[in-house]
Ligand binder design. Structure first.
Ligand SMILES: [Zn+2]
Ligand SMILES: [Zn+2]
Length: 101
């Protein structure tokens, strides 16, 4: 189950459950769409993988599985990228399709 982290790891922008801007990698590193598009170029600085849009946990509890029963995470991970360290990873990986990295 996704942790549903509350903020962008790079810029600390709030990314609540209903945000349309939350992007995650397979390790659930979480960034906003602006950082993913303009800074990360769809390369996760922690694992090198690509991002996909994070779904919203349902508020309607018809199935019993909803945000009321499984609340979103509150643990803030704020680790702004080190541009120097990231540059080498970025240059290598951004040319490779995320499905092939
Ligand atoms: Zn951001
Ligand atoms: Zn990652």
């Amino acid at each position: 189950m996704l942790e549903m982290r509350p903020t962008c790891e790079n810029c600390n922008k709030a990314l609540p459950n209903d945000s349309d801007e939350a992007m995650v990698c397979t390790f659930e590193c979480t960034f906003c769409t602006t950082c993913v598009e303009t800074i990360l170029h769809n390369v996760c600085p922690n694992c090198g993988g690509g991002f996909e849009k994070r779904p919203t946990r349902p508020v309607n509890c018809l199935t019993g599985n909803c945000v009321e029963k499984y609340p979103v995470g509150t643990r803030v991970v704020h680790k702004p990228i080190d541009k120097g360290t990231f540059q080498e990873v970025l240059e290598f990986l951004k040319k490779i399709d995320p499905r092939k990295r």
